[in-house]
Design a binder for this molecule. Structure first.
Ligand code: ADP
Ligand code: MG
Length: 488
């Protein structure tokens, strides 16, 4: 009997605003506990919430970016529950009328031949405030409450249950993450909790039409945890059902150390929260003019830019996606190609995806801190195009630029490195011919073997010529000249 997996994600993106959603207290991360909470965040008697306009504008921008309906009127509601980090005894959220309705997000799943395009329907996105934090590490046998985070603006983004594997869910989360960072609505810092996902996972037998009972894994703050938690849930739920049991609807926590989830609470329903409109806040009215104003400040979106890259530079959709995983990537790519010619775009993309990505990864750096600027990369690749450098030598020069060799020479840096390291490729056919002659004389037996039909000997001879030239002979010319001499 085979199984089908169904996943829906709820993502909390912290909106990057200077102050909180209903108070003027700062939102900066990492301050001393309880130094960034004002009477509104502490829920002292008599205080009133005042909505942060910037938080609303970020929500509008997100709605426009995913082609959703931005609600002309939405309503803040109280979600009532008791928890020590929630001083009011309720969280201000949106329930029946959220600010963003519907919308879609499209992306590639997988690589190469197996890659396919997926579109995920979003249910809604709503504004709400974050809660505080319980602190267990500061005191012996006592817990503290830190209310710095209380009132931080969040956009909760909810999908329909339309993802069918951990790979799809992770690809969705990465695309959403890239989009909110791109738009500048969220800083995307997952370690600090600025972007965290709840994964709703259920399984059903193939052919069954109604959804299986789901379990919800809370607060996954890395793509790896998201993937591992979903895969654990899938296996666990299938095991329960195959053992003759039934999955209990529940909220669970993922423990990265054990790679397992454990039940936090059996699932409450919406009515348990006794939602009702918050009488302290007027309905949120968003006019067409306001939407248009926000629209006017929006950058070119990743999807638009990717289709432009495909059309303008002839990149594959995969390459286009890779060179635009962030705004910084797209700018780097276009700066480098701009300094070369359109037909070099694929070469720039290849270097970004291989040497640059690998070295950044090794050094734990982001592209914004890449020691090889886009202009310098373009100058380096131009040296391959004009046959000054082979690919192999170019990699050596790349390493030298990365290490800052001759950095003070600015635009003459690459020339200086080639000069002092003596890396210039030999493309003078006379010089190459001389080396070829030498190698053929020194390896007369191998030359005879080749002429007698042992084709493999050719590679050996090419290798010897390259070695004799210390890797500097132009490989294409070596091939041509050697072949001509062997045939001749
Ligand atoms: P709640 O807000 O109480 O968690 P919702 O019904 O709004 O509940 O659903 C939240 C998320 O769970 C949505 O992303 C939705 O797509 C997903 N979901 C709902 N039912 C299932 C199911 N049976 N399997 C997988 N995901 C589900
Ligand atoms: Mg939920």
């Amino acid at each position: 009997m085979s199984w089908e997996v169904v996943i829906g994600l709820e993502t909390h993106a912290q909106l990057s605003t200077v102050s909180k959603i209903f108070s003027g207290a700062p939102t900066a991360y990492g301050a001393e506990p309880n130094t960034q909470s004002c009477p509104v965040d502490l829920a002292l008697p008599g205080v009133l919430p005042v909505l942060n306009k910037t938080a609303v504008e970020k929500a509008i921008m997100f709605g426009l970016a995913i082609d959703a309906q931005v609600a002309p009127v939405s309503v803040f509601a109280r979600k009532n529950y008791f928890y020590p980090d929630l001083p009011k005894g309720y969280q201000i959220s949106q329930f029946e009328l959220p600010v963003v309705i519907g919308g879609t997000l499209s992306f590639n799943v997988g690589e190469g031949d197996k890659a396919y395009r997926k579109t995920v329907q979003l249910t809604r996105a709503h504004l709400e405030e974050d809660a505080g934090k319980s602190v267990h590490e500061l005191f012996d046998n006592e817990s503290g409450i830190d209310l710095n985070r209380a009132g931080t603006p969040l956009l909760e983004i909810v999908t329909e249950p339309v993802m069918y594997s951990a790979a799809e869910a992770v690809a969705y989360a990465k695309t959403l993450h890239a989009l909110v960072v791109w738009l500048g609505v969220c800083d995307g810092n997952m370690q600090e909790g600025s972007f965290r996902c709840d994964a709703n996972v259920s399984v059903r037998r193939v052919g069954q039409t109604e959804l299986g009972t789901r379990r919800e894994v809370k607060n996954l703050n890395s793509f790896k945890f998201l993937e591992d938690a979903i895969n654990y849930e899938i296996n666990e739920q299938i095991r329960i059902i195959e053992d003759g049991g039934a999955v209990q609807q529940a909220t669970v926590l993922f423990d990265p150390n054990s790679g397992q989830t454990r039940v936090m609470r059996t699932k409450e329903d919406a009515h348990d929260y006794r939602y009702f409109p918050d009488p302290d806040l007027a309905p949120l009215v968003i006019s067409d003019e306001w939407k248009a104003q926000v629209q006017a400040t929006m950058p070119e979106l990743p999807a638009q830019l990717q289709s432009r890259f495909v059309e303008q530079y002839g990149l594959s959709t995969y390459d286009a996606e890779q060179v635009s995983v962030s705004k910084a990537h797209a700018e780097y790519f276009e700066t480098a190609v701009g300094a070369m010619s359109q037909s070099d775009a694929k070469m720039v993309a290849n270097w970004m995806m291989s040497d640059i990505a690998a070295t950044l990864n090794k050094e734990g750096l982001e592209l914004t801190n890449c020691p090889v600027s886009a202009t310098r990369l373009a100058q380096l690749l131009a040296k391959i195009q004009d046959n000054t450098l082979s690919n192999k030598l170019a990699k050596e020069v790349f390493g030298a630029v990365w290490a800052g060799e001759h950095a003070d020479k600015n635009d003459a840096q690459i020339d200086a490195i080639i000069e002092t390291r003596g890396l210039k490729q030999v493309s003078d056919s006379g010089a190459i011919e001389a080396i070829v002659n030498e190698v053929m004389n020194a390896n007369a037996a191998v030359v005879e073997e080749y002429r007698a039909g042992k084709e493999k000997s050719f590679g050996f001879l090419v290798g010897q010529v390259m070695r004799a030239s210390k890797g500097k002979a132009n490989p294409a010319q070596v091939n041509d000249i050697l072949l001509a001499k062997l045939k001749g």
